[in-house]
Ligand binder design. Structure first.
Ligand code: AGP
Length: 605
């Protein structure tokens, strides 16, 4: 996601400090950068699309003077990458500047309200409402800090935001809810930052802000208030001993593990996605005579899930197809009534883009689902939905897979609104809102057990993943994760298919991983387990917490949180499979962030 940095210095070299710190946030991924400083009674702004060095050479970021400044690396979510959408954003008068990381859920209604009150917006971002809200409260007599506090109270969604104002030019005011924000206490001044690596050259004394914190950072000190009550709060100063490399990974050994842990947040961001895009996409799907779900790799597995979800919830039949096979298989079926729903984390996968271009050339409509705003897929799509997972640095897709699954589930639910009884959808929506906490629980409760199982089985030469129904795409994804990170020839099948060939491979000790939640597939899965067990297979089962019968049957088991609706199992059950691939890879001495022969984005056919 975006990165923010602010400095309140004893000297006036904030331009240089901001520029150097934004460079340290580069690893998070970004499409534009900018900074603002207060100098001689004015707010100076330098911002643009492109690399930080490019923005510096065209706009002189590092030469900006002033003791107080804020900076930003933007990773577009609302509004394409452009100079106007780059941060910092000013208010109408040019006296207030803000930077923001997160998603403001109610920005559309706030923007409308502010426009009616005479505010002129320059960008298409959700973030710009923050500077105008602060301005609006100040116009009504509030001081700078009070205005930021009132602004925090009416924002819905997630935010880490830093603001500066000419009326009180000696301070930065920061607020936080859900998005990370850390204050640094240094010798040359004080700081705020999205993460620790950017702070380390200046200080190792930090205060990680908590939800509801408002920090007033000036060159000589830091005060923290609770923006919900206005009262002062005490926060512990923590001394960091991480190396810069470990700090970039927030203390995790690899980006992949960090990204596995980021999944609850990534799902929260999907749940915050603007409804209007889902409504538009659903109305296109309803009108289409044929629907093709086109993608590669992990995104293809998400599409298989999407196809199950749309059929089960709304009765819509769709064809999930591997992008490189799309033309060969379906070119004669593509016409103006067809619709291609293309899913691509990067939005740049050549096979997926080629399939989209071929479909467009025959007049088909295109819906894109992607993690990368401004990517080729967003430009080729008639409508696109951003999955807002934040940049994924590990080559293996983790948080972007579970986010795609949830985007597709939301779309299926939107489609279902016109068809099936609302009560089913309403209870699913309620359970979906609790999914991020279930993901947290799945990570927390399964990691140690997975580590143990990975140690026990890491010397095996092959594995097979079996599941039924909506859990099949998760099994396929577990297989892909394991083979791409551990270079093991792993297999995966719908369990019913296992006796049509695969069973010939099974011998004493061959490890078979079953996805066996307590759902409509359970009885038949037990039958498949017995078949494998009878041939000497070692059974590793992902089971629902407290399923004693399966504990008896399996050689090893991992207990997962229960769900009332089986469509919620895939993102939860993906977690231990991702962890299993991660730990098997590290036990074998491989680098899970950079598996051999693979690229994060495959831009060749
Ligand atoms: C998954 O771990 C792989 N990195 C790969 O299969 C990937 O999902 C595939 O190349 C598709 O990428 P995309 O989602 O960016 O289009």
């Amino acid at each position: 996601m975006c990165g923010i940095f602010g400095c309140a210095l004893l000297g006036d070299n904030s331009g240089e400090v901001l520029y150097a710190s934004l460079k340290r946030l580069e690893y998070r991924g970004y499409d534009s950068a900018g900074q603002a400083t207060i100098n001689s009674g004015r707010i100076l702004v330098a911002k643009d699309v492109g690399r930080i060095d490019e923005v510096d050479s065209s706009h002189g970021m590092s030469r900006m003077r002033g003791r107080i400044g804020i900076g930003h690396t933007r990773w577009a979510t609302h509004g394409a990458p452009s100079r106007e959408n780059a941060h910092p954003h000013l208010d109408c008068s040019g006296r207030i500047a803000i930077v923001h990381n997160g998603i403001i859920e109610n920005f559309m209604e706030l923007r409308e309200l502010l426009q009616k009150r005479g505010h002129a917006f320059k960008s298409r971002t959700d973030s710009e409402v923050i500077s105008h809200l602060i301005e609006d409260f100040m116009r009504r007599g509030e001081g700078f800090v009070g205005a930021v506090r009132l602004t925090a109270e009416i924002l819905r969604g997630s935010f880490a935001s830093a603001a500066i104002c000419l009326d009180e030019p000696d301070k930065i005011v920061c607020i936080r809810r859900e998005s990370p924000l850390i204050v640094g206490i240094g010798e040359i001044g004080n700081f705020c930052s999205s993460d620790i690596p950017a702070l380390l050259p200046y200080t190792n004394k930090v205060i990680p802000l908590e939800d509801g914190d408002l920090a007033i950072v000036d060159p000589k000190g830091v005060r923290i208030l609770d923006w919900r009550t206005g009262s002062a709060v005490e926060r512990e100063v923590v001394e960091i001993s991480w190396s810069p490399e470990i700090a970039m990974k927030s203390g995790f050994a690899h980006f992949m593990l960090k990204e596995i842990y980021e999944q609850p947040m990534a799902i929260r961001n999907v749940l915050r996605g603007q409804r209007i895009y889902y409504e538009l996409a659903a109305s296109m799907l309803r009108r289409a005579s044929k629907v093709f779900l086109v993608a590669c790799g992990t995104s293809h597995h998400a599409c298989i899930f999407g196809s199950y979800a749309m059929a089960n919830l709304s009765g819509l039949a769709s064809y999930p197809v591997i992008a490189s096979e799309f033309e060969a298989q379906y070119k004669n079926l593509i016409d103006e009534d067809a619709l291609v729903l293309a899913v691509s984390q990067s939005g740049e996968t050549a096979d997926t883009l080629n399939a989209v271009r071929a479909a467009k050339a025959k007049g088909a409509s295109v819906i894109g689902i992607t993690n990368t705003m401004g990517s080729s897929l967003t430009r080729l799509s008639d409508v696109y939905i951003g999955q807002n997972s934040g940049p994924e640095i590990g080559v293996a897709a983790t948080k972007t897979f579970t986010a795609q699954v949830v985007v597709l589930l939301k779309l299926a639910m939107e489609l279902a609104k016109s068809g099936s009884p609302r009560s089913g959808i309403d209870s699913l929506a309620e359970e979906l809102a609790a999914l991020p906490s279930k993901m947290e629980e799945a990570i927390r409760t399964s990691e140690e057990k997975v580590k143990h199982i990975a140690m026990k089985y890491s010397a095996k030469g092959s594995f097979c993943f079996l599941a039924r129904g909506v859990n099949v795409p998760t099994a396929l994804e577990g297989r892909l994760k394991l083979l791409e990170l551990s270079y093991l020839p792993a297999l995966a099948y719908p369990a019913g298919e296992s006796k049509h060939g695969f069973i010939a491979v099974v011998e004493d000790g061959y490890p078979v991983i079953f996805l066996a939640p307590r759902d409509s597939t359970r009885e038949r899965i037990i039958g498949n387990m017995m078949e494998m067990k009878a041939r000497g297979a070692s059974i590793i089962a992902l089971i629902e917490r407290g399923d004693e019968e399966l504990k008896e049957l399996a050689d090893d088991f991992i207990e997962m949180p229960p769900c009332a609706n089986e469509l919620l199992y895939p993102p939860i059950y993906a977690v231990p499979l991702q962890l299993f691939a991660y730990y098997t890879s590290t036990l074998k001495g491989y680098d899970p962030d950079m598996p051999r022969n693979l690229a994060k984005s495959v831009t060749v056919v």
